[in-house]
Design a protein around this ligand. Structure first.
Ligand code: 2AL
Length: 244
């Protein structure tokens, strides 16, 4: 299984560690960073420019025979396009975390990084049919890369989780950034409610789909994209289209 985050190597390492902690003994986890993307993803612009690198890594993964993928950024960038390229299942961490949280109670709250990313989280909740189950989206206002360096990060996020549970009357928390993955267990213990990290959730869900021998349907929308030339900086992408 391969995992595609932003272009910051230390975050790739954290993601790999958190995925390995939940993967079964027969599952090989390989975390790969984005070879041509932003160092963190915290705007629509970042998200759009992260997609070519994610798709390039999916194409490499397909050539290597990778069974499944996790897109480890909470905006789930490029998820539908990745499904057109990959044979095996591809899950985004927002998608996986929201579905997992929906099994744990009547409603969940998302606690994410910057306020400007809350709109995207709401859009995804609607897109995944979770608009009623998602009771609120809250920002801790810690930029993605500062999650690694800010000594107060865990405390600030924990407080935001407690406020979110109280304000929204929700039953569980979804962490809204892959960079929060390693804080999940400690925050859960402190707030006394289930906390879902999408990296772990997506990893076990992809693993389950692979175990069940289930792949993305190639019948309609997610069939391989029509082959055609791409120009300029994207000229290397035209050949990936007939892979499935
Ligand atoms: C993220 C994430 O998961 N990775 C990243 O670079 N940005 N999401 C977020 N809401 O900040």
């Amino acid at each position: 299984m391969r995992i595609n985050p932003n272009a910051t190597a230390s975050m790739t390492t954290t993601i790999e560690k958190c995925a390995r902690a939940v993967a079964g003994p027969g599952t090989l986890i390989e975390a790969v960073g984005n070879p041509m993307g932003p160092v963190s993803i915290e705007s629509h612009y970042d998200e759009a420019l992260s997609v070519p690198g994610i798709l390039a890594e999916i194409a490499i993964g397909e050539a290597d025979g990778v069974d499944g993928y996790v897109i480890a950024c909470f905006g789930d960038p490029g998820l539908d396009a990745a499904r057109e390229l990959a044979v095996g299942p591809v899950l985004g961490i927002a998608e996986a975390a929201m579905h997992a949280a929906s099994f744990l109670g009547r409603g969940f709250s998302v606690v994410t990084t910057l306020g400007r990313t809350c709109g995207r989280a709401w859009d995804l909740a609607e897109h995944y049919g979770m608009a009623r189950t998602c009771r609120g989206v809250h920002a801790c206002e810690i930029p993605v890369l500062e999650l690694e360096t800010d000594p107060q990060a865990q405390k600030v996020i924990t407080q935001a989780c407690l406020r979110a549970l109280e304000q929204d009357g929700s039953d569980a928390i979804v962490l809204g950034c892959a960079g929060m993955a390693d804080l999940c267990a400690q925050i859960s213990a402190e707030i006394g409610a289930p906390v879902v990290d999408g990296v772990a959730a997506a990893t076990v869900l992809v693993q389950s789909l692979v175990t069940l021998d289930l792949v993305t349907s190639g019948r309609n929308e997610f069939a391989a994209p029509p082959a055609k030339p791409y120009t300029g900086l994207l000229s290397g992408f035209g050949s990936g289209s007939d892979q499935r």
